[in-house]
Design a binder for this molecule. Structure first.
Ligand code: HT7
Ligand code: ZN
Length: 890
């Protein structure tokens, strides 16, 4: 119940070297015998042994084979009389727990009648008493005993060393993990599972058995996960020289999981959402997500498991680095430069949608936080995605080869250790001693200690007489909770100058001997810096922050003509896409500010629409890129640009822009649909997925236009496509086109979808989600969501289902959620409280839907505050939710 501070880190008073665990698995009473070998840490003054526990029933404690005295301090087991020297001693702790009652899904829990564990961050203490902290690393041997018919598969980390039958229809399996690991990487799975298996031989010539375990009946959905795993193994060896270190690597899927997946050593446990994929129930986006999450967990084997975190404040050491690695993996697998760029743009869209608001809200924290009440609340987009951008900046500053050298040195120095972000930074700088990174390291490390999104202001000046172009960049960063003032960051700004003919001009800074072709990275370290380019024959358009080279907000007062020039020509796909977004954003903001209440029916100007038409019909651009350019910024992103947010006003303007885009380009959309609708036999590759994406977007626009006076045939065609689709992407796109347009056929299609997929949990999640995200027409969505809460297939206890309905509504449908009558907020408060009694981690995620309440216009602001205060006033609130709402109201 107290705040944990980074500054208070102290090494453990004891080490635990060896752990022998024996489980007698029973749903309501599992018995756990924990035999440990401990020794005092000679570097720490002598003190009692304090072992963490949480909701355990303690039966017996034995010290060196004898009963011993102990006491409880809250949930902590305290032993005063442990041996004094530094010699190892044996401690035996016997406890029981109740997996069936474990609705928090931390520790040992049941899902579909099978046993699973989740130990990160502090779940191991719900299995046995332990020094449950990542810098205590031990070797584990685990024996599992259970009923053989009910639990035929018994798994734990490492290698299977023994198995056999026991009396009374029971059996056992003993596993030994040869690698020392922290307790958060411990795992157990027991149940009725089947596996897809594949033997592979890696470059290093070593043989491995890869297994993907699922429930019987789901095996046909595991091919993509297995292929993704094989690709991951090969990629990590090829790109980073990191080989698989175990004979056997297992992935297991469960449908009840708080997060996406977990990198337990050799026994990764996954949410089914990130393992199961077949064409009839999973979309292209689902296939991509499986690939990237399988990659992410596999890559943790080195960045997380072999080298782990000293304490939880260092979480981004493993998470930021591993997200960076999974992003690079997906880009490398995507193949073409265009497909790579699409992936990069999608990553940036996600960062801006989730991390930028976090950095501007009450939960803002540095990539390496300074304090927490509940560590689970700090598995955030700042730790993960901003952390990945920080790692990406290392690579930008030292180059790809330099980054590889840094990684090599990091593993050379720290394999088998629990370390800090400083250790990673030092390895990168020491491996590249002549780099700008090495020179600027202390300043670069401000990315770890300062929260907030820096703003970079750009101003350009062309001097025709001198043939120079002068670019001035200034940086600032707004105050965040606890950090009123920020020192300047090191900001790599990749840029180019685009000539009148649309090509990149050679770049020559005034102190350079000769020009370079294409792009150059300016490294901004001061509050303001001016760069003069020479030999510039005609006025260029600057293309700034190419590839999104730093996680900053770029303020640049470009003219519409400059942005249109970049949209038509920029050689950098990110900046080209960004130019289009800026044009749309500017229009939206002008409309929102200008006409209090009255929205123009045609907010988008002809030049912008013509530019979009040119992109849509462009013979050389890929469909996936076109779809990104032709997707307008969403309501939340627009809200993030405003000081005062009126969600209904934003919604009205977005609606008008969307309708205008649909109707003005109707003929072009029809062309795009016909041109891209056939993709042949289903394959999730980027080219066919891009074609499906663009066809789906076109159908969406055509149905929208049809319900507003356009061509009437399209809803019927969408319904037909929905019925006949050979894959989930086309089917769901057609269904959401109907739901999005509000056409009468939407109801029929939703009913049919339910009948088709009522026995497919992941597909049914989409059905709940689609309805929760539907356009609000006269306030109809909230009553519909309330009705769905009572649906026999809905349960708040299953996180995926709760997310599909309640989170989709509160986090994903701003116009329906922010109601003038405050009913959306009341719904939110009721669900947070209801969920908190079941699963505090999931409840705390839902609580974050109100992060931006303070910027809301009235009457939303006061009503939102009242709803948050109602939650905060509940006396028995979990630490998880309490931390979120307290910060929100501070
Ligand atoms: N490292 C894993 C984190 C995780 C987690 C954290 C809190 C509660 C439940 C959890 N399940 C998994 C996931 C990852 O980043 O790979
Ligand atoms: Zn991770």
């Amino acid at each position: 119940n107290t705040v944990t501070r980074r500054q208070d880190y102290a090494p453990p008073a004891f080490w635990i070297d060896i752990v022998h665990l024996t489980f007698d698995l029973e749903p309501t009473k599992t018995r756990v015998l924990n035999k440990m070998v401990l020794r005092r840490n000679p570097d720490v003054p002598a003190q009692p042994l304090r072992l963490d526990g949480d909701e355990l029933n303690l039966a017996r404690v034995m010290l060196a084979g004898q009963g011993c005295s102990f006491r409880m301090e809250g949930e902590t087991l305290v032993l005063e009389n442990v041996p004094e020297g530094t010699e190892p001693f044996e401690l035996e702790v016997f406890t029981t727990c109740n997996p069936e009652k474990n609705s928090k899904l931390m520790g040992l829990f049941m899902s579909g009648g099978d046993f699973f564990t989740q130990c990160e961050a502090e779940g191991f203490r719900r299995i046995t008493y332990f020094l449950d902290r990542p810098d205590v690393m031990a070797t584990y041997t685990v024996t599992l005993r259970a009923d053989k018919a009910r639990y035929p598969v018994l798994l734990s980390n490492g290698n299977l060393v023994d198995e056999g039958d026991l009396e009374g229809g029971r059996h056992f399996a003993t596993w030994h993990d040869p690698f020392k690991k922290p307790s958060y990487l411990f795992a157990v799975v027991a149940g009725q599972l089947v596996a897809r298996e594949q033997r592979i031989t890696t470059r290093a010539g070593r043989e491995h058995l890869l297994q993907v375990y699922v429930r019987p009946g789901d095996l046909d959905q595991t091919e993509h996960a297995m292929n993704s795993l094989i690709h991951s193994v090969l990629w990590d060896e090829a790109r980073f020289g990191l080989a698989l270190d175990l004979d056997r690597f297992m992935v297991v899927a469960t449908s009840d999981f708080n997060a996406g997946a977990m990198e337990n050593k050799g026994l990764n446990i996954f949410n089914t959402k990130y393992v199961l994929a077949k064409a009839s129930t999973a979309t292209d986006a689902d296939f991509d997500a499986v690939e990237s999450v399988i990659g992410h967990e596999y890559f943790h084997n080195w960045t997380g498991d072999r080298v782990t975190c000293r304490d939880w404040f260092q979480l981004s050491l493993k998470e930021g680095l591993t997200v960076f690695r999974d992003q690079e993996f997906s880009q490398d697998l995507a193949g073409t430069p265009s497909a790579r760029a699409v992936k990069r743009i999608q990553d940036v869209i996600n960062l801006r949608a989730a991390q930028f608001p976090e950095d501007a809200g009450p939960m803002a924290h540095p990539v390496r936080p300074d304090e927490y009440l509940e560590i689970s609340n700090f598995y955030t987009t700042t730790i993960y995605e901003k952390g990945a951008e920080v790692v990406r900046m290392y690579q930008t500053l030292v180059g790809r080869d330099g980054f590889r050298k840094g990684m090599d040195l990091y593993f050379q120095r720290h394999d088998g250790q629990a370390v800090t972000c400083d250790d990673f930074a030092a390895a990168m700088a020491d491996a590249n001693p002549d780099s700008e990174l090495a020179r600027l390291l202390p300043q670069f490390k401000r990315w770890y200690s300062q929260a907030g999104t820096p703003v970079v202001k750009a101003q350009g000046q062309y001097n025709a007489a001198a043939r120079t172009y002068t670019l001035t960049l200034s940086q600032s960063c707004a105050a965040t909770p606890g950090q009123p003032h920020k020192a300047p960051f090191v900001i790599p700004v990749r840029m180019g100058l685009v000539g009148a003919d649309g090509r990149d001009l050679p770049l020559q800074l005034d102190h350079w001997q000769r020009p370079v072709e294409g792009s150059h990275t300016l490294v901004l370290t001061e509050p303001t810096a001016t760069y003069t380019f020479v030999g510039v024959d005609s006025e260029p358009v600057p293309s700034l922050l190419r590839g999104f080279s730093a996680p900053v907000d770029l303020e640049w007062e470009a003219t519409p003509e400059q942005l249109l020039h970049l949209l038509a020509n920029d050689s950098d796909p990110f900046s080209r896409w960004e130019a289009g977004q800026r044009l749309a954003l500017r229009t939206a903001i002008e409309q929102i500010a200008a006409s209090a209440g009255a929205t123009s029916a045609a907010p988008l100007n002809d030049a912008y629409l013509a530019a979009l038409r040119t992109v849509l019909r462009h013979p050389d651009l890929d469909a996936a890129f076109k779809a990104l350019v032709l997707t307008l910024p969403d309501e939340d992103y627009i809200a993030d640009q405003l000081d005062v947010v009126d969600p209904q006003r934003i919604h009205a303007v977005c609606d008008a822009m969307a309708l205008q885009l649909a109707t003005a380009l109707q003929a072009d959309w029809a062309w795009a649909f016909e041109e891209h609708q056939h993709t042949g036999a289903y394959s999730p590759d980027p080219v066919s997925a891009g074609r499906r994406e663009l066809a789906g977007l076109a159908l969406h626009q055509l149905c929208l236009a049809a319900t507003h006076g356009g061509e009437l045939v399209w809803p019927g065609r969408a319904y037909q496509r929905f019925k006949d689709a050979g894959n989930m992407t086309d089917r769901l796109n057609a269904l959401s086109a109907l739901v999005g347009s509000g056409h009468d056929l939407a109801g029929r299609a939703l009913q049919r979808y339910y009948e088709l997929f009522r026995h497919e949990p992941l597909a049914l999640d989409k059905w709940f989600s689609l309805q929760a995200r539907a356009p609000d027409r006269g306030g109809n969505v909230l009553p519909q969501v309330r009705a769905l809460l009572k649906h026999p297939d809905f349960s708040l206890r299953t996180p995926n289902r709760a997310r599909s309905l309640v989170f989709s509504f509160c986090h994903g449908n701003p116009a329906a959620f922010h109601r003038a009558d405050a009913a959306g907020y009341a719904f939110w408060a009721d669900r947070v409280l209801e969920l908190d009694a079941i699963n505090p981690q999931v409840a705390a995620r839902l609580a974050r839907a109100m992060d931006s309440w303070a910027r809301l216009a009235e009457p939303y602001r006061s009503a939102a505050r009242e709803a948050i205060a109602r939650v905060a006033a509940k006396p028995s609130l979990s630490n998880d939710v309490r931390e979120v709402v307290t910060r929100s109201l501070a």
